[in-house]
Design a protein around this ligand. Structure first.
Ligand code: AMP
Ligand code: MN
Ligand code: MN
Ligand code: MN
Length: 282
């Protein structure tokens, strides 16, 4: 088990625990250092930091940036950020603006598919924070349109389905720049989830590394053990550091728990190898 969990979500994006509840949950599960990496926002970080300080736990200021690369959505995690950095904040604000527009567009599309009120429903579930497809999914489940969140994605929210609206997220180079300018380290999140061919994944990793990206999320709550070993190999081949994160979204998703991540495979250089105890609570 590793002491680090460097990928998690709170109610600031599509998690169901508040930053305070999330930090407490991580602490109870034995996590020593947690990164809060909400989608396209760092809004929850200051609350999480206060909660972690009370528990004498490490809290890494992070974000998970939505990127469109080669026609598909890719997630780039930033760790150890100065959350007040102007360029990062502007970049994220732009993505949240696109989210607002997209949420309305998804609502209109679902309305055309005879599902009224989905925009208002998702908005209410987001509690004044950003709206993600997860909020639409929870609304649709609550209203009996699908049996669970995964089922909603399959039937409504992905390419070719009635509630799908294509993402127009950040460019890969911009996302990495924002993270680096804010003093952070960029990580390709859950690389096995993109279902890319080896050639395409290599192209992504090369571009990411050339842009100044530093690490691959080798251990992820959404990776199988085989995928973990494959990604460890890629990290080694490209000279990248390795990260580990659960991608925890709350207790409603029991297949991803905190505090039970596998250790990085042998030969991996952890992204935290040179983190000082001071950096941990920045
Ligand atoms: P968004 O960034 O608003 O497009 O929403 C993406 C989020 O939806 C991801 O971060 C996941 O939390 C969730 N998600 C994506 N695909 C699925 C799926 N097939 N089943 C359950 N949740 C999913
Ligand atoms: Mn999510
Ligand atoms: Mn992700
Ligand atoms: Mn995530």
């Amino acid at each position: 088990m590793t002491h680090f969990d460097l990928h998690s979500h709170s109610t600031a994006s599509d998690g169901t625990l508040t930053p305070t509840e999330l930090v407490r949950h991580a602490h109870d599960a034995g996590v020593g250092t947690l990164a809060l990496t909400d989608h396209d926002t760092t809004e929850g970080v200051s609350e999480a930091r206060r909660a972690a300080a009370r528990l004498d736990m490490g809290l890494i200021a992070g974000v998970e940036i939505s990127v469109t690369w080669s026609g598909q959505t890719v997630h780039i995690v930033g760790l150890n950020l100065d959350t007040k950095h102007a360029r990062l904040e502007e970049g994220l604000a732009g993505l949240r603006q696109f989210r607002d527009w997209r949420a309305r567009a998804i609502g209109r599309r679902l309305e055309n598919a005879s599902i009224p009120g989905a925009y208002e429903g998702a908005l209410a579930l987001s509690n004044g924070h950003l709206v993600s497809r997860t909020h639409f999914a929870r609304f649709l489940v609550a209203n009996g349109h699908a049996k669970d969140v995964r089922d909603v994605f399959k039937r409504y929210l992905v390419n070719g389905k009635p509630g799908h609206v294509a993402g127009e997220w950040a460019r890969l180079n911009d996302a990495v720049d924002w993270i680096r300018e804010a003093g952070g380290q960029a990580v390709i999140a859950h690389p096995a989830r993109y279902r890319m061919t080896r050639t395409k994944l290599h192209k992504l990793i090369k571009m990411f590394r050339d842009a100044g990206g530093e690490a691959l999320e080798v251990v992820s709550g959404s990776h199988s053990r085989d995928e973990t070993y494959t990604m460890a190999r890629h990290a080694k081949d490209f000279g990248l550091l390795c990260s580990a994160g659960s991608d925890y979204h709350g207790p409603e998703n029991p297949w991803i728990e905190m505090g039970c991540l596998d250790a990085l495979p042998p030969g991996c250089k952890p992204i935290w190898y040179d983190w000082s105890p001071v950096a941990k609570v920045r």
